[in-house]
Design a protein around this ligand. Structure first.
Ligand SMILES: *Cc1c(COP(=O)(O)O)cnc(C)c1O
Length: 947
C-alpha cells in the first residue's frame, strides 16, 4: 500500500471491504453499481483534466512556496480589515481543534451545548457593545450584513411607510458595503441615495439609512441628534460599527439606532486575504422576529436544567420560502466562537486596554504628521488618521513594505491596530519625515481624540464568563469543558444528508495557521498577493473543469449566496439581451428553502413545479408551467442529484424544455459529491451552478460556517460574474458585488485547493464512487427494517437516501425521537425532515469505513427493535427509551431511577457503545419554553428563574 497516496487516507473503503459491501448490495463491481446509478447519457466520456495528485508532504511544500510568493508587508489599509493578535490558546484549542471545527450546525441542541454557549457569549459581546438588546449568532461579512439590514428594515417598514422605497447610505460608508447594498437593492427594486447625512434633506420616501461609525475616513461623529431627527420622520437607522472602537465609544443603541452591524474580525480572527470572519447584527426588540440568521436562545431541558438551543427565527425564515426576508443558511460560527472567546479571554478591561493602546498610537501618528507639516483631514478618530495626499507617492511606502490606504482621491488614510508596535510606528513616521526631508523626535501621547460626548459611559461584559477565564489555564479548561459537550466528527460519523460531512484532513487545515497566508489584507495590490492569486486562479480553473463550465467565481461566502449570485448573473445576462422582463423562476417543490428565498432576493417571482411520486420532476406539470410563464421565464432552479438522493433519468428532458422556452438552468450543487469525475452540471444542460466548498470540497462545517459558495458558469454568463469596487476581478460586463472581499473567504480556499491537488482526477472520481458505494451499502443493510423512499429504476440510490419514520407515528414515535435516541448510541442524527417531513436523510460520505458504517446501521437496527418493543406493548407509548432520549449522565446516575427499563439499556444499548459512549450533557430540550421568552444574551444566574 502506497501510504503516500492521500486517497487511501481520505476514502474509508478504498483499500479493503469494498468487495464485501458490493456483495451485500448485490453488485459485482463498483463500476456496475455506478452504471446502475447514473444515467448513461450524462456520463463523462473522458477523465477530468487535472494535475497529478500530490502527497500530503508535497502539497505542504507547494503551499509553502505560494505563501512565500505573498510579499511580506505591514498593512495599515483598514477599511474593515485589521491586523489582530489571535491568542495562541484560541488558535490551538479552537481553530486547530477538530472538536470545534468539524462540528455541524447546532440543530441537535442536546449535543451542541458547548458551541451554543460560545455563541451566546458572542451574542452578548455584540449586544453589549452595540447597546442593543437582540443579537444574532453571525452573518457572512460586514457588507452583506449592511444589505441584510437594508432588506430587513424595508420588509418591516410601518404602514405609513409602505410606499417609501429609498434607502440612504452615508458617503463615508465602506465602498464594498455600498457596492453589496447596491447589488441587493437592484434585485429588490430599492432606490439607494448617497450623500452627507448631516447636510442631506430627507423626504418621506426614505424608509431607512445606513451610517458608518467610525466612518471610512476614520472620523467619528456623534449621530445622536441626526438619528433622533430621522426617527421622527419614521426613518430607521442602521449603524455599521467597529467592535473594538465601541469599547471606548458611545454605542449605536445609545445614539438611538435601531440596528448595528459590522465585523468581529479584529477580535482575534486573522485577515486571511478577505476571510472568513463573522459579521454581526444587533437590533431592537422590534426586529426580533425578522432578524436574519440564527439566534441562540436560553431554554431548559425537560427536567428544568439550564440549556441552550437555536431560537425560532431560522425555522421561520426557511418555512417562509419565497416570502423569506433573508436566504442565509450557513453563517460564520467558528469565527464567531473565536471572536467571542477573544472577549472572554481579554474581558472588558483587556479589550479597553487594547483599544486605548491603538488609540494612543493613532494620536501619536496624528501629532507627528501635523508636526511634519502634513494636513490632517479630521481631528476626531479612534484608530485611523487621514491626510491630504499631495506630494506623496505610493511607491515610497510600498518599497518599505508599508501599505497605506490610497483608495480615496487626494487622500491617504492610515489605520492602526493591535499589532502596531513602537518600532513600526517609528518606522512609519520616519518614512513620512523622509518625504519632507525632516527629522522628528520621539512623539509622546498628547490628548485623546475622542470627543467627550462620544466617550463610552455604559458598562459591558459584566457576566461572570467575561471575568473568569483570563489565565491560559482557565481558558484552556473552559474551552475543553465546552468542547466535551459537543459531538463532532472526531467522535463519530455525522451522516447528514445534503450536508456532506466528510473528512477535513489535517494537512488541508495546517496552512490556515501560516502567517504567509493569514496576515494578508484583502485590498493589497495584487503583486503583494501573488501566491494567493496563483492558488485562486488554479482553483477556479479546477472547479470549471469539474463542473464542465467556462468560468468560476469564488467570491460568495455560502451556498445560498452562490444561489443568489447565480440568479443575479442570469438576470444581468437577460437584461443585457433586452429581456429584462424575464423574472419567473421555476423551482421544484422538493427544493431547499434557500432556493426560493434566493430567488425572491434577486427580485424574481417563484413558480413551483411538482415532483412525481418517484421524486423526478413532473414533466407534465413542468410543461404546463412553462406554457403559462414562457414569456417571462428567467430560469429553472434544480438540485441534482435531486434532494431525494437520486439521479433523475429525465433531467436532460427537463433542461431541454427550459431552454426551448427561452430560460436558463440553474443547478444547486449541494449534491455535487455524487457527480465529481463521473458527470457534471455542464453535462446535464445547466448554465450555472453553485458549489458548497464546505460540503463537497472538504472545508469543515465549523459548527455552522464558514462556507464558500463559488458559482461556475457557461461562457455566455462569464462576463457577468461578480466584481469588486476596489480590486479588479470578475467578468468584464459585471456590475454586481456579492461579498466585502474580492475573493470572499480566501484563506479557506486553501483547503479545497489542497483537497483537489492531493486527490487528483483518480482520487476525486474514486471519492464519488465510494460515496455512492457507502450510501448503497447502508441502504442495503437498512431496507429490511425501514422503508427507503426514492430509489431509481435499478433500485439504487445516489450518495444519500431517505428513511421513512412516518409509519411509527401511530405508536406515538416521531422522527425526532429517533434523532434523540441516536445520541445515546454516540451518533449525531442524519438530516431530520428534509426534504420530506418525518424522515431521516442519510449521507455517509466516502470518508467513512465499513466498521463505522456497520456501527451506524447496527444502531438504527437496534432502534427498530426498540420501536418493535413499543409496538408489542412491552413499553408504554409515552414512556420508553425513545421518548425519554437522550439520557444524560446525571439522570443515569441519580439515586432514583423510575423508568420501566434498565440504566444499562438506556446508556449502553449495544456492546460497542461502552467503548464509544458520548454522554449528552442535558436531557431533551424544551423548545416551547425558550420560545415563550426569548433570551439571547448570557443571563446572570439570578435572573434565570425556572417556571
Ligand atoms: C446546504 C444547502 C444549501 C445552502 O447552502 P449554504 O452553504 O448553507 O448556504 C442549499 N441547497 C441545498 C440542497 C443544500 O443542501
Amino acid at each position: 500500500m502506497n501510504t503516500q497516496d492521500f486517497s487511501l487516507r481520505h476514502i474509508g473503503t478504498l483499500s479493503h471491504d469494498a468487495d464485501e459491501m458490493l456483495s451485500v448490495i448485490g453488485k459485482n463491481s463498483i463500476d456496475e453499481l455506478i452504471d446502475a446509478t447514473i444515467p448513461a447519457d450524462i456520463r463523462f466520456e473522458k477523465p477530468l483534466q487535472l494535475p497529478d495528485a500530490l502527497s500530503e508532504y508535497e502539497i505542504l511544500q507547494h503551499l509553502q512556496q505560494l505563501a512565500e510568493n505573498n510579499k511580506k508587508a505591514r498593512s495599515f489599509i483598514g477599511y474593515g480589515y485589521y491586523r489582530t493578535i489571535l491568542p495562541s490558546p484560541i488558535q490551538r484549542n479552537i481553530l486547530e481543534n477538530p472538536g470545534w471545527y468539524t462540528a455541524y450546525t447546532p440543530y441537535q441542541a442536546e449535543i451542541a451545548q458547548g458551541r451554543l454557549e460560545a455563541l451566546l457569549n458572542y451574542q452578548t459581546v455584540v449586544s453589549d457593545l452595540a447597546g442593543l438588546p437582540i443579537a444574532n449568532a453571525s452573518l457572512l461579512d460586514e457588507a452583506t450584513a449592511c444589505a441584510e439590514a437594508m432588506h430587513m428594515v424595508r420588509e418591516a417598514r410601518s404602514r405609513n411607510k409602505k410606499d417609501a422605497n429609498k434607502f440612504f447610505i452615508a458617503d463615508d460608508v465602506l465602498p464594498q458595503s455600498l457596492a453589496v447594498c447596491e447589488t441587493k437593492a437592484s434585485g429588490l427594486g430599492i432606490e439607494i441615495v448617497t450623500g452627507n447625512p448631516l447636510e442631506f434633506d430627507f423626504d418621506e420616501n426614505f424608509f431607512g439609512a445606513l451610517l458608518q461609525y467610525p466612518g471610512r475616513s476614520g472620523q467619528i461623529i456623534d449621530y445622536t441628534d441626526l438619528i433622533s431627527s430621522l426617527n421622527s420622520k419614521g426613518i430607521k437607522v442602521t449603524v455599521a460599527a467597529d467592535l473594538l472602537a465601541l469599547t471606548l465609544l458611545k454605542s449605536p443603541g445609545e445614539m438611538g439606532a435601531d440596528i448595528a452591524v459590522g465585523t468581529s474580525q479584529r477580535f482575534g480572527v486573522p485577515m486571511g486575504y478577505g476571510g472568513p470572519h463573522a459579521a454581526f447584527m444587533a437590533c431592537t426588540e422590534e426586529y426580533k422576529r425578522v432578524i436574519p440568521g440564527r439566534i441562540i436562545g436560553v431554554s431548559q431541558d425537560r427536567y428544568g436544567k439550564f440549556a441552550l438551543r437555536m431560537a425560532l427565527q431560522t425555522r421561520e425564515q426557511h418555512i417562509k420560502r419565497e416570502r423569506a426576508t433573508s436566504n442565509i443558511c450557513t453563517a460564520q460560527v467558528l469565527l464567531a466562537v473565536m471572536a467571542g472567546m477573544y472577549a472572554v479571554y481579554h474581558g472588558k478591561d483587556g479589550l479597553q486596554f487594547i483599544a486605548q493602546n491603538v488609540h494612543q498610537k493613532a494620536v501619536r501618528l496624528y501629532d507627528a504628521l501635523n508636526e511634519l507639516g502634513y494636513k490632517t483631514i479630521h481631528n476626531n478618530f479612534f484608530d485611523t488618521v487621514q491626510i491630504e495626499a499631495e506630494g506623496i507617492a505610493k511607491g515610497k511606502f510600498e518599497s518599505n513594505q508599508i501599505l497605506l490606504n490610497f483608495f480615496e482621491d487626494g487622500k491617504i488614510s492610515i489605520a492602526l491596530d493591535e499589532v502596531t508596535s513602537e518600532d513600526e510606528l517609528n518606522k512609519l513616521i520616519q518614512v513620512f519625515a523622509d518625504i519632507k526631508g525632516k527629522s522628528i523626535d520621539k512623539v509622546e501621547f498628547s490628548e485623546a481624540k475622542i470627543p467627550a460626548s462620544l466617550v463610552r459611559t455604559s458598562d459591558f461584559l459584566m457576566n461572570d464568563v467575561f471575568k473568569s477565564y483570563h489565565t491560559e489555564t482557565e481558558l484552556m479548561r473552559y474551552i475543553k469543558r465546552l468542547e466535551r459537550k459537543d459531538l463532532a466528527l472526531n467522535h463519530s460519523m455525522i451522516a447528514l444528508g445534503s450536508c456532506t460531512m466528510k473528512l477535513n484532513a489535517a494537512t488541508e487545515m495546517l496552512p490556515l495557521s501560516w502567517a504567509g497566508f493569514n496576515t494578508v489584507h484583502p485590498f493589497v495590490p495584487k503583486e503583494f498577493a501573488a501566491g494567493y492569486q496563483e492558488m485562486i486562479e488554479n482553483l477556479e480553473n479546477y472547479l470549471s473543469e469539474i463542473t464542465g463550465f467556462a468560468a468560476t467565481s469564488v467570491q460568495q461566502n455560502s451556498g445560498a449566496q452562490g444561489e443568489y449570485a447565480g440568479l443575479m448573473v442570469i438576470r444581468s445576462y437577460q437584461i443585457d439581451n433586452g429581456e429584462a422582463h424575464r423574472n419567473v423562476v421555476i423551482i421544484p417543490e422538493s427544493a431547499h428553502g434557500t432556493n426560493p428565498a434566493s430567488a425572491a432576493m434577486a427580485g424574481m417571482k417563484v413558480v413551483v413545479v411538482k415532483n412525481l411520486p418517484t421524486g423526478e420532476t413532473d414533466i407534465e406539470d413542468l410543461k404546463a408551467k412553462l406554457e403559462i410563464h414562457k414569456e417571462n421565464l428567467s430560469a429553472l432552479m434544480i438540485t441534482y442529484p435531486s434532494t431525494y438522493g437520486a439521479f433523475d433519468a429525465n433531467i436532460k428532458e427537463v433542461t431541454d424544455l427550459v431552454h426551448a422556452a427561452g430560460g436558463q438552468v440553474y443547478m444547486d450543487g449541494a449534491n455535487m459529491n455524487a457527480q465529481v469525475g463521473l458527470t457534471a452540471p455542464g453535462m446535464i444542460g445547466a448554465d450555472v451552478c453553485h458549489l458548497n466548498l464546505h460540503k463537497t470540497f472538504a472545508i469543515p462545517h465549523g459548527g455552522g460556517g464558514p462556507g464558500v459558495g463559488p458559482i461556475c458558469v457557461a461562457s455566455h454568463l462569464a462576463p457577468y460574474l461578480g466584481s469588486h469596487p476596489l480590486i479588479e476581478t470578475g467578468g468584464e460586463k459585471s456590475d454586481t458585488v456579492y461579498s466585502a472581499a474580492p475573493y470572499g473567504s480566501s484563506l479557506i480556499l486553501l483547503i479545497s485547493y489542497s483537497y483537489i491537488r492531493m486527490l487528483g482526477e483518480k482520487g476525486l472520481t474514486n471519492s464519488t464512487k465510494h460515496a455512492i458505494l457507502n450510501a448503497n451499502y447502508l441502504k442495503s443493510r437498512l431496507e429490511k427494517y425501514y422503508d427507503v423512499l426514492y430509489t431509481n429504476e435499478n433500485n439504487v440510490v445516489a450518495h444519500e437516501f431517505i428513511l421513512d419514520f412516518r409509519p411509527f407515528k401511530k405508536l406515538g414515535i416521531e422522527v425526532s425521537d429517533i434523532a434523540k435516541r441516536l445520541m445515546d448510541y454516540g451518533f449525531h442524527a442524519p438530516t431530520v425532515s428534509f426534504p420530506v417531513a418525518g424522515t431521516l436523510m442519510i449521507e455517509p460520505t466516502e470518508s467513512e469505513g465499513k466498521a463505522e458504517l456497520d456501527r451506524f446501521a447496527d444502531a438504527l437496527i437496534q432502534i427498530k427493535n426498540e420501536i418493535d418493543e413499543v409496538a408489542n406493548g412491552d413499553f408504554e407509548q409515552d414512556n420508553n427509551v425513545l421518548k425519554n432520549a437522550p439520557h444524560p449522565l446525571d439522570l443515569l446516575t441519580a439515586d432514583e431511577w423510575n423508568f420501566p427499563y434498565s440504566r444499562q439499556k438506556a446508556a449502553y444499548p449495544l456492546e460497542w457503545v461502552m467503548d464509544r459512549k458520548f454522554f449528552p450533557p442535558v436531557s431533551r430540550i424544551d423548545d416551547a419554553f425558550g420560545d415563550r421568552n426569548l433570551i439571547c444574551t448570557c443571563p446572570s444566574v439570578e435572573s434565570y428563574v425556572t417556571e
